[in-house]
Design a protein around this ligand. Structure first.
Ligand code: FAD
Length: 368
C-alpha cells in the first residue's frame, strides 16, 4: 500500500539518526538515544538508531545499544560514504516508508539541519527545529511546565494523548513554545548538540542490540550534485559541548578585548578548560563564532562555568544554566547572571580574573 503519513495508527517506534563523520559517531547521536530511550519507554515501543555510511565499524553500531538503542538499522553503500542531501534523504525516506516510526529525532548539526527538513517535506509530515525538551507522557509534560513555566497547570485542560510535545524557545527566547504534530507521522524534531544529556554507557544493553542491515537501493542517478572535494577547516574548532570547564567572556572585556581573552585563556588553562563567549563578543568580531554559548550558540553542561563580564541575558543562560557550578564575575552587583550563579563575585574581571588564576595555580602547586 502507498505510504500515507496521515495514517497515524500505522506508525510505531522511536528513531534517532546517528550521524557519523569518517566512520566516527557524533556525540549528538548518543545524547538523542539517551533521550529517545525515555520516550520509547513511555510509549512502550522500540528505540532504533539509524546509521548511514560505507564500510561502517560494527563495534560502533553495536555501541549505540549501550546508550539505549534496541535495534540499529545499518545502511551501507559506497554512495553514502560522504553526506549528500539526495542520497541520505532517499535512503532514510525509503526506510521510514517501510518501517513507519512514530517519532524521529535528528541532531541539529549542519548536516541534521539540512537533512531533517528535506526528509520531513518528502514524507509530508511536520518537523520542530531546535527543540530543548521532549515529552510524550502528559503527566511528565505537566511536571515540566510546573518546574519551568508560569502556566497554571492545574486549571488548564490538556489533551490526554501520547503525541510528541516538542518544546523550543520562540521569539528570541522570551517564551517557550510547545509544538505538536497530531495528524501526520513521523513526528520529527531536531535537537541542538549538547541540549540532551548522554546516559551512562550500559554494556549489557549494548550486547543485546540487534543490528539490522538494510538493503539500500541507491545509484548515481539519485544524486543531483557532484561532490568534488571535501575541505576541512584547518583550524581546530573549540569543543565547548564536551568540555568540563568553560571560561566565557562577555562584553565586559570591551575596554581591552585582547587582555580580556588572555585572562580567560589563562584561567581556562589552569582549570583544564576551554574559552567560551557571549554573542556580544562574537558579533563584535573579537572571537570566532564556534566559541559562542547560548541559544544560537552551543549548549554546555560544564562542571564549572565561569562567566567574566557577562550580564546573563536569557539567550545566554539558555546555553549554560544547567552547568553544575557557575562562577560569575561582574562589576554590576545586580546583573541577572548572579541569579543563576553558584558563586558571584562583584568586581572588575581584569582584576578578579588574574586573582582567580593565581589562587588556583597556587592551590594546585601546593597539592602537587
Ligand atoms: C534571537 C537571539 C538569539 C541570541 N542568542 C544568543 C546566544 O546564543 N548567546 C548569547 O550570549 N547571546 C545571545 N543573544 C544576545 C543576548 O540577548 C545578549 O545581548 C548577549 O548575551 C549580551 O552579551 P553580554 O552579556 O556579553 O553583554 P552585555 O549584556 O552588554 O553585558 C556585559 C556585562 O559586563 C559587565 N561588565 C562590564 N565591564 C566589566 C568589567 N570590567 N568587569 C566585570 N564585568 C563587567 C556589565 O556589568 C554587564 O553586565 C541573542 C539574542 C537574540 C535576540
Amino acid at each position: 500500500m502507498a505510504f500515507n503519513s496521515k495514517d497515524t495508527a500505522a506508525f510505531k517506534g522511536v528513531w534517532v539518526f546517528c550521524e557519523q563523520r569518517d566512520g566516527v559517531i557524533l556525540g549528538t547521536g548518543y545524547q538523542l538515544l539517551s533521550e529517545g530511550r525515555k520516550l520509547a519507554d513511555d510509549l512502550g515501543v522500540e528505540l532504533c538508531g539509524v546509521l548511514l555510511g560505507d564500510k561502517l565499524n560494527e563495534d560502533y553500531a553495536k555501541a549505540l545499544g549501550g546508550y539505549g538503542a534496541d535495534r540499529v538499522y545499518v545502511c551501507e553503500h559506497p554512495l553514502l560514504k560522504d553526506y549528500t542531501t539526495d542520497a541520505y534523504t532517499k535512503v532514510i525516506c525509503d526506510l521510514v516508508e517501510d518501517k513507519k516510526p512514530e517519532v524521529f529525532l535528528i541532531g541539529a548539526t549542519n548536516i541534521g539541519r539540512d537533512l531533517g527538513p528535506r526528509v520531513a517535506a518528502r514524507l509530508h509530515t511536520g518537523l520542530t527545529a531546535d527543540c530543548t525538551h521532549l515529552d510524550v507522557d502528559v503527566e511528565k509534560y505537566k511536571q515540566f511546565l510546573r518546574e519551568t513555566s508560569n502556566v497554571d497547570v492545574d486549571n488548564t485542560r490538556f489533551e490526554e494523548n501520547k503525541n510528541l510535545k516538542a518544546t523550543r524557545p520562540a521569539f528570541g527566547g522570551h517564551l517557550m513554545a510547545t509544538i505538536v504534530c497530531p495528524d501526520y507521522r513521523p513526528q520529527m524534531c531536531t535537537v541542538r548538540p549538547g541540549v540532551m544529556q548522554t546516559a551512562p554507557y550500559n554494556e549489557q544493553t549494548a550486547a543485546k542490540t540487534v543490528l539490522e542491515r538494510v538493503d539500500v537501493k541507491l545509484d548515481a542517478s539519485d544524486i543531483h550534485v557532484d561532490l568534488v572535494e571535501i575541505k576541512k577547516s584547518a583550524k581546530k574548532l573549540v569543543d565547548l559541548v564536551g568540555a568540563d570547564v568553560v571560561v566565557s567572556v562577555g562584553r565586559g572585556i570591551s575596554s581591552d578585548p585582547k587582555r580580556g581573552i588572555e585572562i580567560a585563556e589563562e584561567l581556562a588553562n589552569v582549570l583544564g578548560g576551554v574559552v567560551g563567549a557571549s554573542r556580544a563578543v562574537v558579533d563584535a568580531g573579537l572571537i570566532a563564532a564556534d566559541h559562542q554559548v547560548g541559544q544560537t550558540g552551543k549548549t554546555v553542561h560544564a562542571k564549572i562555568y565561569v562567566a567574566l563580564g557577562i550580564s546573563g541575558a536569557i539567550q545566554h543562560l539558555a546555553g549554560m544554566q544547567d552547568s553544575e557550578c557557575i562562577i560569575a564575575v561582574n562589576k554590576n552587583g545586580s546583573a541577572p547572571i548572579f541569579d543563576v550563579a553558584t558563586y558571584g563575585i562583584t568586581g572588575d574581571l581584569f582584576k578578579v580574573g588574574p586573582m582567580l588564576t593565581e589562587a588556583i595555580a597556587k592551590y594546585k602547586a601546593a597539592k602537587a
